[in-house]
Design a protein around this ligand. Structure first.
Ligand code: PEP
Length: 257
């Protein structure tokens, strides 16, 4: 089996202006460098308006922090008022882009076809999609969470080649655990992350499934990360609220200690 480098990605959501972004990235970099933490990949996902400042800081100080955006347009350019293209994000040095976050699906009516188009747009521009799947409380209570997440996955990956899927990041984020303080148990996380990897193996082959990184997201904190990371099919975390606190996020990135 391939060795997958752990990835901790901080989704800032609609928080922090560009000055606050600089302060947080500086704090993060200071703590990470102090610990020589290179075995875990650390990524921040700031709002669009902060990206240029983060780029300047990361490039200028050669920081060991990656960054990306929280969304992108499915289109390359043109008359799409208010949208940001993958080309624009790539030009700003973004490596990653979140696609299909449950908040986008819920508040911006993003459906599976749009998520699929956004995954394609990210890849065309050399960005790594962090593709989110996850079930709401009702689906979980009806015990339909595995087929639900695999269905979202199938739709989002439609038309992709195995080598494209191998480089992806998939995030399992149960909606009932996002921002609620209710974390899935490590076993809950493993059940779906394992099923997602199996589904990738069925559709794209075992080699692809061994390479693709699968994250868990939903109320991850320093206090619960170790148990989650101990699961065989969990390769990292997508962290919302706790990523806004430098100390807490660095503690999460230092889970092996
Ligand atoms: C998220 O929205 O990606 C997330 C996991 O949020 P939180 O960690 O705040 O639950």
């Amino acid at each position: 089996t391939a060795t997958r480098r752990p990835l901790m990605a901080g989704n800032w959501k609609m928080n922090l202006n560009h000055l606050e972004a600089i302060a947080l990235v500086q704090k993060l970099a200071f703590s990470l460098n102090e610990k020589q933490l290179t075995d875990v990949e650390t990524v921040v996902l700031p709002p669009f308006t902060d990206l240029r400042s983060v780029q300047t800081l990361v490039d200028g100080d050669k920081l060991l922090i990656g960054y990306g955006a929280q969304d992108l347009s499915p289109f390359q350019s043109g008359a799409y008022t208010g949208e940001i293209s993958g080309a624009q994000l790539a030009k700003l040095g973004c490596q990653y882009v979140v696609v299909g976050h449950s908040e986008r699906r819920a508040y911006h009516y993003e459906d599976d076809a749009l998520v699929n188009a956004k995954v394609a747009a990210a890849l065309v521009n050399g960005l790594t999609p962090i593709l989110c799947v996850g079930e709401g409380l009702e689906v979980r209570e009806e015990l339909r969470h595995v087929p639900h997440c695999c269905g979202q996955l199938d739709a989002a990956l439609q038309g992709l080649k195995p080598e494209q899927v191998a480089g992806l990041v998939i995030a399992y984020e149960p909606i009932w655990a996002i921002g609620t303080g209710k974390t899935a148990t490590p076993e809950n996380a493993q059940e779906v992350c394992g099923a997602v990897r199996e589904r990738v193996a069925e559709t794209f082959g075992k080699e692809t499934a061994d390479q693709v990184r699968i994250l868990y997201g939903g109320s991850v904190k320093a206090a619960n990360i170790a148990g989650i990371m101990a699961q065989p099919d969990v390769d990292g975390a997508l962290v919302g609220g706790a990523s806004l606190d430098a100390e807490e996020f660095v503690q999460i990135c230092r889970f092996p200690e």
